[in-house]
Design a protein around this ligand. Structure first.
Ligand SMILES: C[S@@+](CC[C@H](N)C(=O)[O-])C[C@H]1O[C@@H](n2cnc3c(N)ncnc32)[C@H](O)[C@@H]1O
Length: 307
């Protein structure tokens, strides 16, 4: 999964120093944090933009949004917190009466609050219902996919969403096992996958849990992550002011790739200047203190003037 499951309790915004450096907020700016999460990056921006600034936060998850609201309750800027998918950013801006922004930040994937709650079904380390919906109003859960898709569909999902090289084997095992009874729990799925790939998750040799990619792939499908990201990438240029900056933090190559390709294409089209030739990764110190930072990649672009 995009964020490692050994993240310590308590929230540390990833690449905070690098985000502030490459996306310098100043007094009066309009900043949109499209994945406000627990409000870590947003509170850093809030401090910089001050009482004349506007901070807009989006999150699909109402629980996270309410935690962010609490965290940002006393900050100086005007704050608008909206439960919404960033694919719908244009209508959110219409709703709050804002047209343009100086900075847009997306810090993709799930966060510690998701992984820490077994009942949300994101974690292969704690048993819980196989759910994985960031927005509880979504209709399809991970259990629905695991029990409903054909073997071939499951294999492609694992391969394309997470580059799982043993996708066919895992799909075959899942289809065999679900004949006995429906697979409804994270613990059972993690065990089936571990047995399918023949790796003991407790083994010191396996660096990541054998079910990591399978869980990532399912989570991405349940939450429609890549199409939503593509929706955001398409809208950002129209929302940014000239000189405005757009930063995306991705945690694995399947979500980093569309960002890289979009930024490159829009550079060719004269829309963006790329500020991160290579993606920015965390310092050794941050990687040591925050395991979630180990796979983080930050890319930032600047909106060029419209001809
Ligand atoms: C990695 S966390 C963000 C952490 C945040 N930067 C902080 O410092 O607290 C990602 C958040 O984005 C939310 N999210 C994921 N996909 C989303 C989407 N398409 N639209 C809106 N929010 C989304 C998740 O619910 C989660 O709370």
């Amino acid at each position: 999964m995009s964020h490692q499951e050994d993240e310590p309790r308590g929230h540390i915004p990833v690449l905070a120093h690098e985000v502030c450096e490459l996306m310098p907020a100043k007094a009066g700016d309009v900043v949109i944090d499209v994945t406000v999460g627990l409000g870590g990056h947003a509170s850093l921006f809030a401090e910089l933009i001050g009482p004349t600034g506007t901070l807009i936060g989006l999150d699909v998850d109402p629980e996270n949004l309410s935690l962010a609201k609490q965290k940002l309750a006393d900050v100086a800027p005007r704050v608008e917190m909206v439960q919404a998918n960033f694919a719908d950013l244009s209508s959110v801006l219409e709703q709050v009466g804002v047209e343009r922004a100086n900075l847009i930040l997306a810090d993709l994937g799930v966060n510690s609050a998701h992984l820490d709650q077994p009942e949300r079904g994101f974690s292969f380390r704690h048993d819980g219902p196989l759910d994985m919906r960031m927005n509880p109003k979504l209709v399809t859960t991970a259990a629905d996919l695991v029990n409903r898709l054909t073997e071939k569909e499951l294999a492609s999902l694992f391969f394309y969403n997470a580059q799982e090289m043993k996708s066919r084997r895992i799909a075959k095992w899942i289809c065999e096992q679900r004949k006995d009874s429906r697979i409804l729990n994270t613990g059972r799925l993690a065990e089936i996958v571990s047995r399918a790939v023949g790796v003991n998750p407790e083994s010191r040799k396996s660096k990541i849990h054998p079910a990591t990619r399978t869980f990532q792939a399912l989570r991405m499908a349940v939450n429609d992550e890549i199409p939503c990201l593509e929706g955001l990438l398409a809208k950002a240029p129209d929302i940014l002011v000239e000189g405005g900056r757009f930063g995306v933090i991705a945690f694995h190559s399947v979500e980093d790739r569309p960002v890289k390709l979009d930024f490159r294409q829009r550079k060719t089209d004269g829309i963006y200047r790329i500020l991160t030739k290579k993606p920015i990764v965390a310092s050794a110190e941050e990687r040591d203190s925050n395991p979630r930072a180990r796979s983080a990649k930050l890319r930032v672009v600047e909106r060029l003037p419209v001809e």
